[in-house]
Design a protein around this ligand. Structure first.
Ligand code: URP
Ligand code: ZN
Ligand code: ZN
Ligand code: ZN
Length: 472
């Protein structure tokens, strides 16, 4: 059935205006007013904003880590994402050295098939460059529609790749049309510092932060930027946490390097002192890179505002406090890294960003959706409200005040990283390809409705091609 969303305020990355939206066959077919309502389902969005559905560029669902597996899988994780206003997630497909990349992609399709409530895609981890890997990459881009690669500069002996691998990945990405993503921390130095801390009996969660100092993130970020410049390629730095890394990105951008940066709500809102909470509660706040000294938060907000950082990912990677995080009691290196954020990403950005006037409402749309769609080959099908785009919509009430809590969230974990935090604004209804996933704050979606979405090649620097195609 056709749908009309009426009386709302449409907000895109560039414009804010009152209009009604006509939806047919899952796609926005018209934007205007006074549409014929007969035969349509009419949704009254009076008093609400209508945003493009959020795109979360950074999730780890059903991911094995440190001998355990994330609590949220593609079913619970995407349902929680929808409650939070997100309609597409891009998850990281992990690979194993020596095994075909296609095998890893097959594993991720298995994990997600028939489970997701919203649309999804994968980034592919590159751990080594071999003849086999080089032979597989073109097919992965052309046939699988996986057009972004992730290289880890940390997690030595687990995910970490060496600099030659990063460089070669950048070269291949440039040649084939992909975007390289990096986890930028100096894994070798972290390995040394953590071993030394444990030797000295420093086992509490706070030492996770103290053995991964910000200089080490800045150094790796700068190194990756240099390799990107050398390869004349393109780079996206995930989960930027500190001033040192922002500075390296800003300097490279100033020089004309094609580099973009993502930060996450946890780095904007929480700080290193959380790791000192008693009774091992600090373990709830163990991320890599770690939470930083509070003053870094202003630097991150300013970078989002002035464009040195461009996107917000959740880095959703959830482990229960009881039974998972506590694997690291007596040894902080055994605390599974990551936290539950997928549901709160957009609400926190709206409340702390727009309401508190750190960013404007169009920037909010850009950094939570539009820019992500452009960088990762989803635009203009996703990431905006326009005729012909998928009807991925978030109907958002900006006036509601509520408190974030594990008692009310929809993620499968036993704690919230933002317990007790007050936010202004709440997703009311969420549509993915024209179908309600959340309606009046109730889940009405379906497990398995979400589709794997093939993405276009990287073309953020070459959009004229798209314009030329339309002329034909
Ligand atoms: O602590 C984190 N960020 N866990 C997830 C894995 C990663 O490095 O992104
Ligand atoms: Zn496939
Ligand atoms: Zn990472
Ligand atoms: Zn991550």
């Amino acid at each position: 059935m056709k749908k009309i969303v009426k009386n709302g305020v449409v907000v895109t990355a560039t414009d804010t205006y009152k209009a009604d939206i006509l939806i047919e066959n899952g796609v926005i077919s018209a934007i205007g007013s006074a549409f014929e309502e007969q035969g349509c389902e009419v949704i009254d969005a009076k008093g609400n904003y209508i945003f493009p559905g959020g795109i979360d560029p950074h999730t780890h669902l059903d991911m094995p880590f440190g001998g355990t597996v994330t609590k949220d899988d593609f079913e619970t994780g995407t349902r929680a994402a929808a409650f939070g206003g997100t309609t597409t997630v891009i998850d990281f497909c992990l690979t194993n050295k020596g095994e075909p990349l296609q095998k890893a992609i097959g594993t991720w399709h298995e994990k997600s098939k028939g489970k997701a409530a919203i649309d999804y895609s994968f980034h592919l981890m590159i751990g080594e460059i071999t003849e086999d890997v080089l032979n597989e990459l073109p097919t992965i881009i052309e046939k699988e529609g996986i057009t972004s690669f992730k290289v880890f500069m940390a997690y030595k002996n687990v995910f970490q790749a060496d600099d030659a691998t990063l460089y070669q990945t950048l070269v291949q990405a440039k040649k084939l049309g992909a975007l390289v993503m990096v986890h930028a921390e100096n894994g070798d130095v972290i390995e040394y510092l953590t071993a030394k801390a444990l030797e000295q009996g420093q086992t509490d969660p706070i030492y996770h932060a103290l053995t991964r100092p910000p200089e080490i993130e800045g150094e790796a970020t700068g190194r990756a930027a240099v390799l990107t410049e050398l390869a004349d390629s393109q780079l996206y730095v995930v989960h930027v946490s500190c001033a040192e890394a922002v500075k390296k990105i800003a300097e490279a951008r100033e020089k004309g390097v094609n580099i973009w940066g993502e930060t996450c709500p946890q780095y904007l809102m929480l700080d290193q002192t959380y790791l000192e909470k008693p009774n091992f509660e600090g373990a709830k706040y163990v991320w890599s890179p770690p939470l930083r000294e509070k003053w870094n938060q202003d630097v991150l907000w300013n970078a989002l505002r002035n464009g040195d950082l461009q996107t917000i990912g959740s880095d959703q990677c959830s482990f229960d406090f009881n039974g998972q995080k506590d694997l690291g009691k007596g040894d902080f290196t055994k605390i599974p890294n990551g936290g539950p954020i997928i549901e709160d990403r957009m609400s926190i950005l709206f409340s702390e960003g727009v309401v508190k006037k750190r960013i404007n409402i169009n920037q909010f749309v850009d950094i939570t959706s539009t820019k992500i769609a452009k960088l990762f080959g989803l635009y203009p099908k996703k990431g905006t409200i326009a005729v012909g785009a998928d009807a991925d919509l978030l109907i958002f009430d900006p006036s509601v005040e509520r408190t974030i809590s594990a008692n009310t969230h929809h993620m499968a974990v036993d704690y919230s990283a933002f317990e007790g935090m007050k936010v202004t604004g709440e997703p009311v209804s969420v549509l993915c390809r024209g179908e309600f996933v959340v309606k009046d704050k109730q889940f009405v979606g379906q497990k398995g409705y979400g589709q794997f979405t093939k993405r276009a090649k990287f073309n953020e620097l070459n959009t004229a091609n798209e314009a030329e195609k339309l002329m034909l």
